[in-house]
Design a protein around this ligand. Structure first.
Ligand SMILES: Nc1ncnc2c1ncn2[C@@H]1O[C@H](COP(=O)(O)OP(=O)(O)OP(=O)(O)O)[C@@H](O)[C@H]1O
Ligand SMILES: [Mg+2]
Length: 226
């Protein structure tokens, strides 16, 4: 099982939005642990008439046991959503993760807050990427500047940019994700690109390659069995 943590000291940058959208987009057995006392991800799941993905509130103290049980319960992916603070939940989540994503709106006020998140990530010693989210449609210079500021804080930037899209706000109240509610939208396309990129980071190669390898291994096993 691989674990991804969504962390950002700044509020309203898209941690929960990315957590729920990625949990569905992943397309593999996924558990979402909500470490935020606001329980936004849990409330999203309550509106959703489906047990998948499994969403559960946990304190950071219970997280290690939760992850262990999830792995034994045959989940392939755990996603951890955290509150908007560089506090104990964020630190425990970062220390438990294979990969940390730091959603950030490409604006100075958000980028100013990123340094404290960067310090926390460094102390956890885990690979991390800033994901620029809700970027205005014509923001090339803004994004270049934002990337430079993130890199100046010692954080790498994810090459997939999520733009400001109405599909996020439309899908949330019905407990859906952009891929489910508006599958042909640009928001859905960007989310699939982000998911593919993240899974490739976690697995060392793209999901298509992993699937091909799995199919090939199964084929060889079938041939080998008399
Ligand atoms: N790419 C996007 N385009 C448009 N709206 C977005 C986008 N990403 C997030 N939002 C909206 O921004 C708001 C805040 O998002 P979200 O709750 O995911 O942030 P958060 O970082 O989890 O906040 P908090 O720190 O309070 O937990 C929500 O209304 C969400 O629908
Ligand atoms: Mg949130």
């Amino acid at each position: 099982m691989k674990t991804i943590a969504l962390i950002a000291q700044k509020g309203g940058v898209g941690k929960t939005t990315l957590a729920v959208n990625l949990a569905v987009a992943a397309g593999i057995p996924t558990v979402l642990f909500d470490l935020d006392p606001q329980e936004s991800a849990v409330m999203w799941a309550d509106r959703r008439q489906s047990d998948s993905p499994h969403v559960e509130f946990l304190t950071e103290r219970r997280l290690p046991d939760g992850l262990k049980a999830a792995e034994q319960g045959k989940y392939d992916l755990a996603i951890i959503d955290t509150p908007p603070a560089a506090g104990p939940q964020a630190l425990t989540a970062a220390q438990s993760a294979n990969l940390v994503l730091i959603p950030c709106r490409p604006s100075l006020v958000d980028l100013d807050a990123i340094r404290r998140t960067a310090t926390l990530i460094k102390s956890a010693g885990v690979p991390a990427f800033v994901v620029f989210n809700a970027a205005p449609h014509s923001a090339t210079t803004l994004l270049e500047d934002a990337r430079a500021i993130a890199e100046g804080a010692g954080l790498a930037a994810c090459p997939i940019i999520l733009r400001e899209r109405s599909a996020y706000r439309a899908s949330w109240p019905i407990g859906r994700t952009v891929i489910e509610a508006e599958p042909d939208s640009k928001a859905a396309q960007e989310m699939i690109e982000l998911k593919d990129w993240i899974l490739a980071q976690l697995q060392g190669c793209s999901p298509e390659v992993v699937q091909q390898q799995t199919d090939e291994t199964q084929r060889q096993q079938e041939v080998a069995v008399p």
